[in-house]
Each structure stands twice: as C-alpha cells, then as structure tokens.
Design a protein around this ligand. Structure first.
Ligand code: PRP
Ligand code: URA
Length: 209
C-alpha cells in the first residue's frame, strides 16, 4: 500500500485556504499555488541522501554535509501541474523538467495523453510528478504509467488537494509510489470535481472557462 503524507504545516494550510477561496483571482491564485508547491517540495525532499564533506570555515575545518548528488526531475501534468513548477524550482534550481500533457475527457472522465517530453536520463532521476488535483486519480495513474513506460525508477506524486476516491484508485494502481498532499477532501461530485476542493485548477490558474 502506498504511503500518503498529508502536509499539515501551518504555512501550507494558511495558503491553501486562500487558494480555495472563490474570490481569489488568477494572479493571486498562481502566486499561491507556486508558494504552496515550494513549501511542499521542502517536505517531499526531506529524505534526500546526504554525504559528508569537509569545508574550511573562517575558524577552522568542519565536517559537514551536502546533497549526495541525486539527480531530480520535476514532471508537471499539463495544464494545471505547470503552475507548481516555478515554486519547486526555486527550491531545487538544478532539477530538470519533463512535461506530460493529459486532459480528462469530459464525458468518460478518462485521461487522454496528448504530449510527453522527458529528460533523456529520466531512469536515473528522482522524479516529483506534480498536479494540484487528485480527483478520480485517472490522470495521476496515467502520468505514472507514462513515466514507468519510459524507464522511470523512482517517483513521488505531489498534489495540493486529493479526494479519497483518487487516493484509493492511485494507491491500488501504484502501491509503490508515495503520495504527498496538503489536504484530503470529502468526496467527488457528479462531475468528478473535488468537494469542497478549489474548483477547476487549470481554469483558475489561467483564467479560462
Ligand atoms: C485536472 C487536474 C488533473 C485532473 C484530475 O486537469 O489538473 O490533471 O483534472 O482529475 P482526475 O484525478 O479525475 O484525473 P484537467 O483534465 O481539467 O486538464 P487541464 O489541467 O488541462 O485543465
Ligand atoms: N480537476 C480539477 O481541476 N478540479 C477538480 O476538483 C477535479 C479535477
């Protein structure tokens, strides 16, 4: 069974409240999604391996630590996942970025892949797959399928709001992939929107409808 981490840090929860508010416009919504993604990335990278090095401080030698050279990739599911990338790159500027284009067919709710471009060495990278919404789970499951089919070995899923239905479906399909979310909401409505959720993440980010 996959591990589900609910990131209840007060900074994340405060910003999530502003994100949910229907009166938050696209400019502020975009800024907040980036900020939340940065805080979440801080938690998601908590277990990155370190190695010991020695540096000279002005006082003398110090045995200390640096990241052990593990290579990272951030892979947003388009469109809405794109809104999280800038915040993560502020924390991990050397990460490479791949893109997976998926949309939910409005009738069947099945994910349809229309684009995939990943770093050539994706199989050697620790991947953070990002999408703000885990609703039915179909898009995240398809995103991981796509990554695994291209050789990905190490993946974490980072979303902002998850529905219980999406968590169940995702964990059943990919029990090896840990999930990081800022909230687990109540349920999905008839259109498979998360209740209470935040509405349509892509539309709110880009002002479309
Ligand atoms: C949204 C969201 C997820 C998906 C979640 O994307 O960004 O990718 O829905 O739903 P699921 O868990 O039921 O698959 P959408 O399909 O609306 O595309 P967009 O980001 O291009 O607007
Ligand atoms: N996609 C969204 O953008 N919002 C939801 O609530 C569900 C899927």
């Amino acid at each position: 069974m996959a591990t589900v981490h609910v990131l209840d840090h007060p900074m994340i929860q405060h910003k999530l409240t502003l994100i949910r508010d229907k009166d938050t416009g696209p400019k502020e919504f975009r800024e907040l999604i980036e900020e939340v993604a940065m805080f979440m990335a801080y938690e998601v990278t908590r277990d990155l391996p370190l190695e010991e090095v020695e540096v000279e401080t002005p006082i003398g030698p110090a045995r200390t630590h640096v990241l052990a050279g593990k290579k990272l990739a951030v892979v947003p599911i388009l469109r809405a996942g794109l809104g999280m990338v800038g915040g993560i790159l502020r924390l991990i500027p050397a990460a490479k970025v791949g893109h997976i284009g998926l949309y939910r067919d409005p009738k069947t709710l099945e994910p349809v892949e229309y684009f995939c471009k990943l770093p050539a060495d994706i199989g050697e990278r620790e991947i953070i797959l990002v999408d703000p919404m885990l609703a039915t789970g179909g898009s995240a499951v398809a995103g991981v399928n796509s990554l695994k089919a291209r050789g990905a070995q190490s993946i974490k899923l980072m979303c902002v709001i998850a529905a219980p239905e999406g968590i169940k479906a995702f964990c059943a399909a990919h029990p090896d992939i840990p999930v990081y979310t800022a909230a687990v909401d109540k349920y999905l409505n008839e259109q498979a929107y998360i209740v209470p959720g935040l509405g349509d993440a892509g539309d709110r980010l880009y002002g479309t409808r």
